[in-house]
Design a protein around this ligand. Structure first.
Ligand SMILES: *Cc1c(COP(=O)(O)O)cnc(C)c1O
Length: 400
C-alpha cells in the first residue's frame, strides 16, 4: 500500500466549501472528491448499461463482503469477519439478538447512560419481541466495570460516548466480561476511522458501526457488523433475510443460515451508497490509523487549550487523558444551542447535543492546526461577544 501523509496528502482529496471550518465529521464526514465520479460510473456504466447483469459482472453481490474486509483492517478485525449493510440501528439489533441467544439462561443486558439512544431503543424492541423476560440495565459509564457480574448476559456499550467523547477501555472490559461468562457487543460509531480499534486482539465477540461519520461515506451509507470468527458459524441471525441464506438462489422455502458472517446479510444491499463508500475507502486503504490517532490527540489538545484560554464560560466535558477519549472535544455551555448556531453562521460547523453540549469533531484527514486555531478565534468572538443572544440563533431546527 502506498501510504498517505495524514492532512498533507489527504486534505486535497476532500471537497470542503470555502469559508467553512468543518468540525462535524463525527456526525457526517466530508465528501471525498472521488465519490461523485465513482457513483456516476456505477449509475451509467453498471446500472445503466449492465442492468441486472451487474450483480455478477460488476460484483454487486459480493461487494458487502469485500468492503467488509477493507473496513476490517481499520478496526483490527480478521479478514472475512465483517459484513456491510443496513443501518447501524439494525446491526446492533442483530448483534444483540445473536449475543443473547448465546446466553439463554441469563436475562440482563448491561449498558450505560452514555450510550446512543437508538442502541437502547433497539434493545427495548428486541426484549419485547423475544418476550423472554430480558431486562436492560443502565449504569453510569464509570460504573460499567463494577456492574459486571454473573447475572449479566451481554455487555452492550458504545466505545466512545457520542456526547462527551469519553472512551471505554475495550481490552479491559472485554477481558473482565469474559471472565464472568458475559458476551460483548461493541458499538464503534465513534471509533471506526477515529482511532485504532483492535477487535481481534481484545477478543470482542460482536461489534457494529456506521460509515457516514469518520469514514466519510455519505448520508445513509451502510453500516458494518463484526462477528468473531469462532461465533460466526453458530450465531443466530435474528433478521433471517434471503441474502443471509446458505443458498439464496435456490429459493428454498425454509431458512438455512449461510456459513460465517455472510448470514448477517439481510436483503438487497444499497449499491449506490456502497459505491460512495468504496470511493471513500480508496483513501482509507492508504491510511495508517496510528497516524490518524497521533494527529487527532494533538489537535484535540490544541482545541482544548485554545478554547479554555479564550472562553472560561465553556466547561470541558471530554476527558483530558488521551487513553480515555475518542476524536471529539465537547464543552458544556447553557446557551450551547444558540452559540452553535452563531458559530455555524460564521463558518465553524460543529453540532449540539441536548441538554447543553457543544461538540467539535476532530477529523485529521482534512482538519489541521490552522483550522483549529481559527475555529477557536471564532468561538471566542461568539462567546465573549455574546453573539448567541441574537434572536435568529434561538430558533431550534429539526436536526441539531
Ligand atoms: C450515530 C450512531 C447511531 C446511528 O444509527 P443509524 O441507524 O445509522 O441511524 C447509532 N449508534 C451510535 C452509538 C451512534 O453514534
Amino acid at each position: 500500500m502506498t501510504k498517505l501523509r495524514v492532512y498533507e496528502d489527504t486534505k486535497a482529496l476532500f471537497h470542503l466549501p470555502d469559508g467553512v471550518i468543518y468540525l462535524d465529521g463525527n456526525s457526517l464526514g466530508a465528501l471525498p472528491l472521488g465519490v461523485a465520479e465513482r457513483v456516476s460510473r456505477v449509475i451509467t456504466a453498471e446500472w445503466g448499461d449492465e442492468l441486472i447483469r451487474a450483480w455478477n459482472s460488476a460484483g454487486w453481490y459480493v461487494q458487502p463482503r469485500h468492503i467488509g474486509d477493507r473496513i476490517a483492517r481499520l478496526i483490527g478485525a480478521e479478514a472475512g469477519s465483517v459484513m456491510i449493510g443496513d443501518t447501524l440501528s439494525l446491526k446492533v439489533y442483530q448483534a444483540l439478538a445473536a449475543a443473547l441467544d448465546m446466553k439463554a439462561e441469563r436475562k440482563i443486558i448491561l449498558s450505560d447512560t452514555g450510550n446512543f439512544p437508538t442502541d437502547l431503543y433497539m434493545a427495548e424492541g428486541l426484549i419485547g419481541t423475544l418476550g423472554r423476560g430480558h431486562q436492560l440495565r443502565l449504569v453510569a459509564p464509570e460504573e460499567v466495570e463494577a456492574a459486571l457480574s454473573e447475572e449479566i448476559a451481554v455487555l452492550y456499550v458504545t466505545e466512545v460516548d457520542y456526547r462527551t467523547g469519553r472512551r471505554h477501555d475495550m481490552a479491559k472490559l472485554t477481558a473482565n466480561a469474559h471472565a464472568l461468562g458475559i458476551v460483548t457487543v461493541w458499538d464503534l460509531a465513534h471509533s471506526a476511522g477515529a482511532l485504532p480499534v483492535h477487535l481481534a486482539a481484545c477478543g470482542a465477540d460482536f461489534a457494529a458501526g456506521c460509515t457516514y461519520k469518520y469514514l466519510n461515506a455519505g448520508p445513509g451509507a451502510p453500516a458494518f457488523l463484526y462477528v468473531a470468527p469462532h461465533h460466526a458459524g453458530s450465531a443466530r441471525a435474528a433478521l433471517s433475510g434471503w441474502m443471509g441464506h446458505a443458498k439464496p438462489f435456490a429459493f428454498e422455502l425454509a431458512y438455512a443460515a449461510a456459513g460465517g458472517v455472510e448470514r448477517m446479510r439481510v436483503g438487497t444491499p444499497p449499491v449506490l451508497a456502497m459505491a460512495a463508500l468504496e470511493a471513500s475507502l480508496d483513501i482509507w486503504d492508504q491510511i495508517d490509523m496510528a497516524d490518524v490517532r497521533a494527529r487527532s490527540l494533538a489537535l484535540g489538545d490544541l482545541l482544548i487549550a485554545e478554547v479554555e484560554r479564550r472562553c472560561p464560560a465553556l466547561k470541558l466535558v471530554t476527558p483530558r487523558a488521551h487513553a480515555r477519549r475518542g476524536s471529539q472535544v465537547s464543552f458544556a455551555f447553557g446557551n450551547g444551542y444558540a452559540a452553535m448556531q452563531a458559530l455555524i453562521a460564521r463558518g465553524v460547523i460543529g453540532d449540539f447535543r441536548a441538554p447543553d453540549i457543544m461538540r467539535f469533531g476532530i477529523t485529521p484527514l482534512y482538519i489541521g492546526e490552522g483550522e483549529i486555531v481559527r475555529a477557536a478565534e471564532i468561538i471566542e468572538e461568539v462567546i465573549a461577544g455574546e453573539m448567541w443572544r441574537r434572536p435568529e440563533y434561538q430558533v431550534v431546527n429539526v436536526v441539531t
